[in-house]
Design a protein around this ligand. Sequence first.
Ligand SMILES: Cc1cc2nc3c(=O)[nH]c(=O)nc-3n(C[C@H](O)[C@H](O)[C@H](O)COP(=O)(O)O)c2cc1C
Length: 213
Amino acid sequence: MKTISRLFLIAGMVSLSACAPSQKDSEVQNASKSENQVIETIMSRRSIRKYKQQPVEMEKLQQILDCGINAPNGQNKQSWEIRVVNTPGYIAELDSLNRSLALAKGIDASKIRHVSYGAPVMIFIANDPSYDFSQVDCGLLGANMILTAKSLGLGSCCLGGIARTMKLPEAESLLKRLDLPENYNLLYAISFGYPDESPAAKPRRAEKIKFVE
Ligand SMILES: Cc1cc2nc3c(=O)[nH]c(=O)nc-3n(C[C@H](O)[C@H](O)[C@H](O)COP(=O)(O)O)c2cc1C
């Protein structure tokens, strides 16, 4: 998972580069926070873990996907594979498998949440391990999709744990149904849907940013 963390750190840095004001221009940045739609979208996005039972319109889903594949990517290799699930059957099977695995581990039934968080759409993203920047490509793809979703009134949540679950022998048939090329690796998924919660922003560690001369 170290590489996944690195990938999202890089993706986050790209997003944050639009948001981290230098001391000199912080006044300008602060003013633009409320006026600049892109900055507003980035700063108000939250991971959503409760969704309305409302389908996502195909037009919006298509926009999310189009913006995703228009992300910057190394040498324009587009070293990703994208699988979209917007019908309930597959997601219900995944939730049910996750539940039985959690129960087998002795986790209290009342504490087990749907792995999809009840989202009507899940997008699975796989990378090409033979390309050293493929995880970066996939992270930027996801960032574009998440921010597009937010700008269209939709919520989302990145799901890294799901990639581990889906590599267990019990999930073999679910993984197979994604029909990924043999050499591709399921990296993560993202749930999408209309949010049914408004979580507060989680604190960020600004001290991790250093200006170097
Ligand atoms: C690579 C990655 C994996 C993640 N995996 C999960 C996950 O398995 N389950 C989950 O609920 N959230 C997951 N998240 C969401 C993070 O917990 C969330 O982004 C973080 O706590 C910051 O909160 P925010 O997105 O609301 O700003 C993941 C996020 C990333 C980038």
